[in-house]
Design a protein. Structure first.
Length: 248
């Protein structure tokens, strides 16, 4: 099928025309009619195929460019992006922050759900020896840093994020990893506060117990125990959240 005769290229009849154009183009990408790296039809061609105005086409393309789905190459045309982009996620996640004062609690809850989902997939599908080696190497690196008596919050956070990102990466799902990276980026400042609370409670062993406990249960036979371990690993997040509320 040629691009000019694609199934998605038919007149649109809808009240929200821009949204319909956006939906039609996204559907074409998801179905494979438009593939990553492929040039989409020109504005005049889209106007003719969809039966809508040029301003509608331009607005729909602008939206998809802002989402990281399309890219405009000057003097060449508009192309489907050749890769997953976090652009579409950031406005959504940052929008949660604007909803209410407890937004951090909601985002941390989302992060916890994602942790559970990642670990559940790895629990059922298994983890290669190469990934196990990387996970334990990251954990050894964190423990060596803590054993040296250093307690730079940003360094601890960086090493903690690297450990959990390796778990997310092990799913081999770029969408999962992108969502995880976006949530980590937004909640990073709260992670610093959580680490500060841990150090104030003289609970440095928590870092080792948390990570190694998760790895032990991931290699175990009980999914319930793995989820319980994730719940336990968030105890200081909850403490930090409570203390933050008391300061307001």
């Amino acid at each position: 099928m040629s691009i000019e005769n694609g199934a998605y290229l038919s007149p649109i009849q809808a009240s929200s025309v821009v949204d319909s154009v956006v939906s039609r183009l996204v559907s074409a990408i998801m179905s494979g009619e438009l593939k990553p790296g492929m040039k989409i039809p020109t504005e005049p061609d889209l106007v003719k195929a969809f039966g809508v105005g040029r301003s509608t086409i331009r607005e729909a393309i602008r939206i998809l460019v802002s989402y990281g789905i399309l890219e405009v190459r000057r003097a060449d045309g508009t192309y489907v992006c050749n890769g997953f982009s976090p652009k579409i996620l950031s406005p959504t996640l940052y929008g949660i922050v604007l909803q209410k004062e407890s937004a951090h609690h909601d985002l941390i809850g989302l992060r916890k759900l994602l942790d559970n989902g990642i670990l559940e997939q790895l629990f059922y599908e298994g983890v290669s020896q190469e990934i196990w080696d990387r996970l334990y190497a990251l954990q050894d690196d964190l423990e060596a840093y803590l054993a040296s008596g250093k307690n730079n919050i940003h360094t601890i956070a960086k090493k903690d994020i690297a450990f959990h990102r390796e778990l997310a990466s092990a799913t081999n799902n770029i969408a999962v990893l992108t969502v995880y990276d976006s949530i980590v980026r937004i909640t990073e400042d709260f992670l610093y506060k959580t680490i500060e609370v841990i150090l104030q409670h003289d609970a440095v062993a928590y870092f080792s117990d948390s990570h190694r406990g998760i790895l032990k249960k991931l290699a175990g036979t009980s999914l319930d125990e793995l989820h319980e371990r994730v719940d336990w690993s968030y105890q200081f997040w909850n403490t930090a959240f409570q203390e933050e509320n008391l300061r307001r």
